[in-house]
Design a protein around this ligand. Structure first.
Ligand SMILES: NC(=O)C1=CN([C@@H]2O[C@H](COP(=O)(O)OP(=O)(O)OC[C@H]3O[C@@H](n4cnc5c(N)ncnc54)[C@H](OP(=O)(O)O)[C@@H]3O)[C@@H](O)[C@H]2O)C=CC1
Ligand SMILES: Cc1cn([C@H]2C[C@H](O)[C@@H](COP(=O)(O)OP(=O)(O)O[C@H]3O[C@@H](C)C(=O)[C@@H](O)[C@H]3O)O2)c(=O)[nH]c1=O
Ligand SMILES: [Mg+2]
Length: 295
């Protein structure tokens, strides 16, 4: 079994290197070998390698930056998944790709299901939605995992940002009108490996290919998540200036960022847990684990 891995230096990609290793030979294709913004090179490298599976964890993830870098975000997040899909169809490879809660507008009052209509509020979300469409249209066999609020002990994410700010400041304002479930990169990688192993070993059927929502269970606002991070870090002995009680809730409109974000980012994981016989752990477990790793 040969698996081509794109985006191995990212949060999810790093964990995938570990999680996919028992499935076979993992061929890491970094940006110099395989730039997702170079259509021709991407297709050529993948066709030449002819792997059994292509796992694409590479993406343009700067949500605010994407507002002013629309073209590059669309090339990497929108067009590249189509190119990967075409190469996969040509060589018979199975594709794993990732998308985001930001494909939704967030105006529903329940967790989003796979078939709910999309309606991105920002350029990043629009570009990721185009990637979903392009991969689907390519005719390749795929799992597309929509995840949300990725955290990890490495890389750039909300957990790292809050720890950095908590070490330097004694007051912090965090938005309390956006709900979701922080999901650890390790969980995403482990679920991917489990699902891919079933599919490639012939125990998973092609009828179950397609889109799955993959997030930790439970939900909270960014404000509640920030308080949990600081409380837990203090309990684990981190040296922080900021006390959890000194974090104040504010509304997103007051915080003011370049890109709009959905107020409801909750994903319904019923399809995933039923299909692969899984239980999604609470979001707090992922944060706790990442903090223990950092300690
Ligand atoms: N982060 C989050 O909160 C969420 C992420 N997702 C999705 O999950 C997936 C993984 O995200 P995450 O691990 O957080 O991403 P990261 O931002 O941590 O990593 C992105 C990866 O993509 C690579 N990359 C970026 N541009 C290119 C390019 N032009 N050619 C080749 N490689 C490139 C980066 O390489 P380099 O190191 O060289 O820059 C890096 O390895 C993505 O599809 C993302 O959209 C979904 C929901 C939430
Ligand atoms: C650091 C900070 C953030 N915030 C807010 C801003 C924002 O609404 C929220 C989270 O901040 P971030 O910059 O981490 O959010 P963001 O980069 O939008 O995170 C998103 O990334 C992309 C890639 C995804 O796909 C999404 O699932 C989601 O994880 O917290 C505060 O209110 N105060 C603060 O001090
Ligand atoms: Mg960000």
């Amino acid at each position: 079994m040969r698996i081509a891995l794109l985006g191995a230096s990212g949060q999810v990609g790093f964990e995938l290197r570990r999680a996919l290793a028992p499935l076979g030979e993992v061929v890491v294709l970094n940006r110099t070998e395989c730039d997702l913004s170079d259509r021709g090179a991407l297709c050529r490298v993948l066709v030449q390698l002819a792997p059994d599976a292509i796992v694409n964890a590479a993406a343009y993830t700067g949500v605010d930056d994407a507002e002013t870098h629309r073209e590059v975000a669309f090339r990497i997040n929108g067009e590249a998944p189509g190119v990967i899909g075409e190469a996969a169809r040509e060589t018979g490879a199975f594709v794993v790709h990732y998308s985001t809660d930001y494909v939704f507008s967030g105006d529903r009052d329940r967790a989003y299901r796979e078939e709910d209509p999309t309606g991105p509020l920002n350029v990043y979300g629009e570009s990721k939605r185009l990637g979903e469409v392009r991969l689907t249209e390519s005719g390749a066999a795929f799992y597309l995992f929509r995840t949300a609020w990725v955290i990890s002990a490495r890389g750039s994410n909300f957990l790292q940002t809050i720890l950095r700010l908590a070490a330097a400041r004694d007051r912090l304002q965090v938005v309390s009108d956006q709900l979701g479930a922080p999901t650890s990169a390790a969980l995403i990688a482990d679920v991917t490996a489990h699902a891919l192993h079933q599919r490639l070993s012939g125990r998973g059927s092609a009828e179950a290919d397609g889109i799955y929502h993959l997030s930790a269970s439970g939900s909270a606002s960014w404000f509640e998540v920030a308080r949990y991070i600081v409380e837990t870090a203090c309990g684990l002995g981190f040296d922080l200036r900021l006390a959890a009680e000194a974090i104040e809730p504010i509304r997103a409109a007051e915080y003011g960022q370049a890109a709009l974000r959905p107020s409801n980012s909750r994903l319904d994981t019923t399809r995933l847990t039923r299909q692969f016989d899984l239980t999604m752990p609470d979001w707090r477990d992922g944060i706790h684990w990442a903090l223990e790793q950092l300690r």
